[in-house]
Design a protein around this ligand. Structure first.
Ligand code: FAD
Length: 394
């Protein structure tokens, strides 16, 4: 049986960053990443791709160029975890053994949980930033709209980067204004939740942004069906269960998401399906040689790459400590960041921890919309991602 000292499941943001941190700390480690994809995408750029600022292909790099030097790449998909036997099994039936396991396969986008969406997305005004295959359609339909209703949705439950469904709405509104068609378009942002943002400091700013832009938020609206032939969005009201119909001319859908099925069906999962880890040490609550981080983990913070930047060094330190029989000393405080783009030249950089307290980087009020922070998102953060974070340096 193939065996490695450390096996990492998922070579995305979290898997690559952790592998790089571990290799930097000890180049002699025998590490394997199990990852089926040939390309890795910097998903935060998809907001700007949807807003017409970048081409989809500019968000991707070859996986082969990102896997740290000396790390084995197993180009397969994991199907089954057997943590009691210290093995994972890939979808071709191969069992791979490990001393330590890091689980980082990301979140699952459930396109088929909205009736009609899978067939419609990418066509006739239905678009989504949540896949490399559909993100170009967002810019196409924003650009083509001259009049009517532009609808933007956010589902119930966790999604990648909780602020991202709003960002594309604000970009679209700004585009309509800049091209002189804003007065002919009604912009509606529907969300299943009761609030625009979890942290009050930023929520208040975003409510003012909506007001200023004339974007109408409709709360407790959960999208259940897209009828593309009649251009109708069908919702269930989260409190009353009433059916609500909103006709649209273009609709940007944020699909429901969940833990990947092979995770939620495994012994590693907690009740909600995510890999159940201690929220500070990132070590599994029942299997001591298993760790998790990123979108697939149970960490009760918003699911962002920025959070992973702070989780990865904690996980690496605790795993390396465990190899030397030391206790887990490094602790993650729940830091996450959400750069909420509010237009083509403005952004609110929300940064906070588990307690919802701001954990801001810069010495000025980050709850204000700023051009400088927009430039950070457009140019600074992608450079930091490719050259710093994925190399295990920042
Ligand atoms: C539109 C959009 C906007 C966003 N905006 C921001 C932002 O502004 N700031 C921010 O910080 N974050 C943002 N994010 C979120 C950020 O991209 C994710 O939180 C981050 O990529 C999660 O990293 P991950 O490693 O957990 O998952 P991913 O990077 O998605 O990687 C998971 C990897 O696991 C692999 N995998 C899946 N199943 C298996 C399997 N069975 N076996 C082996 N491998 C498997 C996949 O192929 C993939 O490569 C945004 C995301 C989107 C979609």
């Amino acid at each position: 049986m193939n065996h490695h000292q450390i096996v990492i499941v998922g070579g995305g943001t979290a898997g690559i960053t952790v592998a790089a941190r571990l290799k930097n700390a000890d180049p002699s480690l025998d590490i394997a990443i199990i990852e089926p994809s040939e390309k890795h995408y910097y998903q935060p750029l998809w907001t700007l791709v949807g807003g017409g600022m970048f081409k989809p292909e500019e968000s991707g790099r070859n996986e082969a160029d990102l896997i740290p030097y000396g790390v084995h790449w197993i180009r397969k998909r994991v199907a089954v975890f057997a943590p009691s036997a210290n093995t994972v099994t890939t979808d071709d039936g191969e069992a791979i053994g490990y001393d330590y396991l890091v689980v980082a396969p990301g979140i699952q986008v459930n396109w088929d949980q909205v009736k009609g969406l899978k067939e419609a997305v990418g066509k006739e005004g239905v678009c989504s930033n949540y896949s490399i295959n559909t993100v170009a359609s967002t810019w196409k339909f924003i650009r083509e709209l001259r009049q009517g209703v532009a609808l933007f949705t956010q589902p119930a439950g966790a999604v990648k980067c909780g602020g991202a469904p709003q960002k594309i709405c604000y970009l679209a509104e700004d585009h309509f204004r800049r091209t002189g068609v804003r007065d002919n378009i009604e912009v509606i942002f529907t969300l299943a939740g009761p609030r625009l943002f979890a942290v009050d400091r930023y929520r208040e700013v975003l409510e003012r942004v909506c007001q200023r832009k004339g974007v109408e938020p409709r709360y407790r609206h959960n999208l259940v069906e897209v009828r593309s032939a009649s251009k109708e969005a069908i919702y269930r009201h989260m409190d009353t269960d009433e059916e609500l119909i909103i006709p649209y001319d273009m609709i940007h859908v944020t699909p429901p998401m969940s833990a990947p099925d092979f995770v939620s069906q495994s012994e590693l999962a907690g009740e909600a399906g995510w890999v159940e880890v201690d929220k500070h040490t990132l070590q599994h609550t029942r299997f001591a040689n298993v760790y998790a981080l990123g979108d697939a983990s149970s960490l009760p913070t918003s699911k962002t790459g920025a959070a992973i930047r702070k989780q990865a060094p904690v996980l690496a330190a605790n795993l390396l400590g465990a190899m030397k029989q030391q206790p887990a000393l490094a602790s993650y405080d729940g830091y996450t960041s959400c750069p909420v783009v509010t237009g083509y030249d403005s952004l609110v950089l929300a940064e906070f921890d588990y307690s919802g307290q701001p954990a801001e980087t810069f010495p000025f009020d980050q709850a204000q919309e700023r051009f400088s922070m927009f430039l950070l998102k457009k140019f600074g953060l992608p450079a930091m991602y490719w050259h710093g974070m994925l190399k295990g340096r920042v």
